[in-house]
Design a protein around this ligand. Structure first.
Ligand SMILES: [Zn+2]
Length: 238
């Protein structure tokens, strides 16, 4: 009797858990993603390194009205950290605040940048992470270009699949956007040994997109799209 009761209670918690997750997925704009209760594969239990681009002395691109790339990348990374943690992913943030990873004594800007990037990669290598994801915002001298785009390092098939999965969700959820996943020679993609992608979340040189990227509601939508892409990638892995 007691055993039966405990089993029934356990089942009740499990059903409640599934329902809660279903409701969350239904209201959070993630309706197309199946609930993370299936066996095998999947995103739960993975280690993902989130690299919020730039920081500290390095603001990255500067948009109209003084919008800074380093603030946008951190805000989106934090949203993504929240979503991934809920899906039982172990998240390692390359930075939690407004700083870079170089030695404070290093005053030469190029050396600082090199040291900073080396350390971002080292965090992922030492953690033996399953995946590395870098978040940036784009800038171009002309204001007409817009749209998020995901990059991978050439000839890395797993990274290309990852970039395609993320790009597909970015286009579907934030479009219209005709951009596709593309090979790019970024140091953090070249030097990491695990599947890695870099998302340029949009163009700060486009006033309309810069305004969107500075909006917390849109930042959340971007994070949800990236999450959906990551989720899909791990579902599709053999
Ligand atoms: Zn950048």
């Amino acid at each position: 009797m007691r055993v039966w009761f405990l089993r029934a209670q356990h089942l009740a918690w499990w059903v409640l858990g599934c329902l809660t997750l279903g409701i969350y997925l239904g209201t959070g704009g993630l309706w197309a993603v199946p609930a993370a209760t299936g066996a095998g594969g999947g995103i739960s239990g993975r280690t993902i390194v989130l690299d919020a681009g730039h920081g500290g002395i390095d603001p990255g691109a500067v948009g109209p009205g003084g919008v800074l790339e380093k603030d946008i990348t951190l805000a989106i990374a934090r949203e993504l950290e929240r979503l991934l943690s809920r899906a039982a992913v172990f998240v390692i943030m390359v930075r939690h605040g407004d700083y870079d990873l170089a030695d404070s004594s290093e005053m030469q800007l190029l050396n600082r940048k090199r040291q900073d990037l080396e350390r971002r990669v080292r965090i992922a290598e030492e953690a033996q992470a399953d995946l590395y994801l870098s978040i940036h915002a784009n800038y171009f001298p002309s204001p007409v270009w817009s749209g998020a785009q995901t990059f991978y390092y050439e000839n890395q098939e797993a990274s290309a699949a990852l970039a395609r999965a993320i790009q597909g969700e970015l286009v579907r959820r934030l479009g219209p956007n005709t951009r596709t996943a593309k090979a790019g020679n970024y140091r953090v993609l070249r030097d990491t040994s695990m599947p890695a992608a870099l998302v340029e979340v949009g163009f700060l040189s486009n006033p309309r997109e810069a305004e969107l990227l500075a909006d917390p509601v849109y930042q959340k939508k971007v994070a949800e799209a990236i999450f959906a892409g990551l989720y899909r990638y791990f579902q599709e892995q053999p």
